[in-house]
Design a protein around this ligand. Structure first.
Ligand SMILES: Cc1cc2nc3c(=O)[nH]c(=O)nc-3n(C[C@H](O)[C@H](O)[C@H](O)COP(=O)(O)OP(=O)(O)OC[C@H]3O[C@@H](n4cnc5c(N)ncnc54)[C@H](O)[C@@H]3O)c2cc1C
Length: 380
């Protein structure tokens, strides 16, 4: 006898856990299914922390979504008495006309967001941890900081369960069908039926969505932790989340960023498209160039942090063709919605995406500005 629910959520990761919670909060009978544990270390959300910031200049509608995301992070924190968001501020560094600095300025001025600028001399004085080339300047966004990503997923999943959601873990969804009476989802353990289906399977979304023209490129990304030479300089009280846009400084590309000290050490990573691979081909094996990717920004810009590498982890980006998320109804059925292609910057939106996806499933629409994330933009 198949189990029957109002909504099945496939993938209880960053977006899926929040979606289960928002659905259950509205009284829906929810079944969340994940092929792994919740959370897990083989998807896109592990590594303890994710940056949150408001100054998005890539599209004007990201900022209203982020304002709601902040509010919803606060709500789940209060409801569960769990701190997930740490506002350390985000310090951006780069050349004045580079993408990072001009982007922060543009977004802050367009959306009236708080920020302050720092000249090179002010940067040197206020943040002596950095040794930057002449000409680099700074911008400080006080609302930015970091989220505890695995704890956030666990918190949402447990809160959803308390509200009645059922979670099936270590159970991969093989396929799904939809007809006039509902959706049927097949797993090794059996068939599950519901009125509606939400697909948010991260790096594995492509196989489940079966949309031939949808281009999703999965890339291998590394993140690492070091033991800084001068520990005292990198404590949260004196050291914010940071972000250096090196473009214009020799041949460095991408964005280097990092976090204040935590129990695991000083975490840093590089935002750039890593090696494109099939999701199951990306393992936790580490290669010598991975350590170099972690140490390079320290050698170049943060010499007092240069110390032994404590650990390196591998994670997955699911890149859409234009770097923007993809959130829409499935072209095969009004009963099916999906969210994918978070392109290495989606976690901060998980709280609001959970709400958006619950509205799409239960109401068929959302008041939030997600139109720009639709499939229509790939129509050609
Ligand atoms: C190294 C790194 C750094 C990042 N830094 C930031 C940052 O600083 N700030 C930020 O906002 N974002 C950041 N991101 C991006 C962010 O983490 C992702 O955009 C986000 O986690 C994607 O969420 P998701 O729900 O799509 O995928 P996931 O969280 O990976 O969830 C997908 C889930 O689907 C499950 N699943 C897959 N296939 C199936 C199936 N067939 N059946 C059942 N379940 C299935 C998986 O097991 C998984 O649990 C970073 C990502 C990486 C890799």
């Amino acid at each position: 006898m198949p189990s029957h629910h109002d909504v099945i959520v496939v993938g209880v990761g960053s977006m899926g856990a929040a979606t289960c919670y928002h659905l259950a909060k509205r009284g829906a009978r929810v079944l969340g299914i994940d092929s792994q544990s919740v959370p897990n270390t083989n998807s896109s959300h592990h590594g303890e922390t994710r940056v949150i910031r408001l100054t998005y200049q890539e599209h004007p509608d990201y900022v209203p979504l982020l304002r709601d995301a902040y509010q919803l992070w606060e709500e789940i924190e209060q409801e569960t008495n769990t701190q997930l968001l740490h506002k350390t501020g985000v310090l951006y560094m780069g050349f004045p006309n580079g993408e990072a600095i001009s982007g922060v300025r543009l977004a802050s001025e367009t959306h009236n967001l708080p920020y302050s600028t720092l000249t090179h001399a002010e940067l040197v004085e206020q943040f002596p941890q950095f040794n930057l080339p002449e000409g680099m300047v700074g911008a400080l966004e006080p609302e930015g900081g970091y989220l505890l990503s695995e704890l956030a997923i666990e918190t949402y999943a447990q809160a959803a369960q308390r509200l009645g959601a059922e979670l099936l873990t270590n159970e991969p969804v093989i396929d799904w069908t939809s007809d006039g009476s509902g959706v049927t989802v097949r797993t090794p353990g059996g068939m599950h039926t519901a009125a509606k289906l939400i697909l948010c399977a991260g790096a594995w979304a492509g196989g489940l969505l079966r949309l031939q023209d949808l281009q999703l490129t999965i890339t291998r990304q590394v993140l690492g932790w070091v033991q800084p030479k001068r520990l005292e300089l990198f404590q949260p009280s004196a050291f914010p989340v940071w972000n250096i846009d090196p473009n214009g400084d020799g041949d460095l590309t991408g964005i280097y960023y990092g976090f204040p000290m935590s129990g695991d050490g000083l975490k840093l990573a590089r935002h750039h498209p890593g090696q494109a691979m099939a999701p199951d081909a990306i393992t936790d094996e580490i290669f010598p160039p991975d350590e170099e990717e972690i140490l390079l920004p320290l050698r170049r810009y943060i010499p007092d942090a240069l110390g032994p590498v404590q650990s390196v982890k591998v994670c997955k980006y699911t890149n859409s063709a234009d770097g923007h998320f993809i959130v829409d109804r499935h072209p095969e059925s009004d009963r099916v919605h999906f969210a994918c292609g978070f392109s290495g910057h989606g976690f901060k939106f998980a709280s609001v995406m959970g709400s958006v996806l619950s509205e799409l499933a239960l109401d068929g629409k959302t008041q939030r500005p997600t139109g720009f994330l639709g499939l229509f933009r790939f129509a050609d």
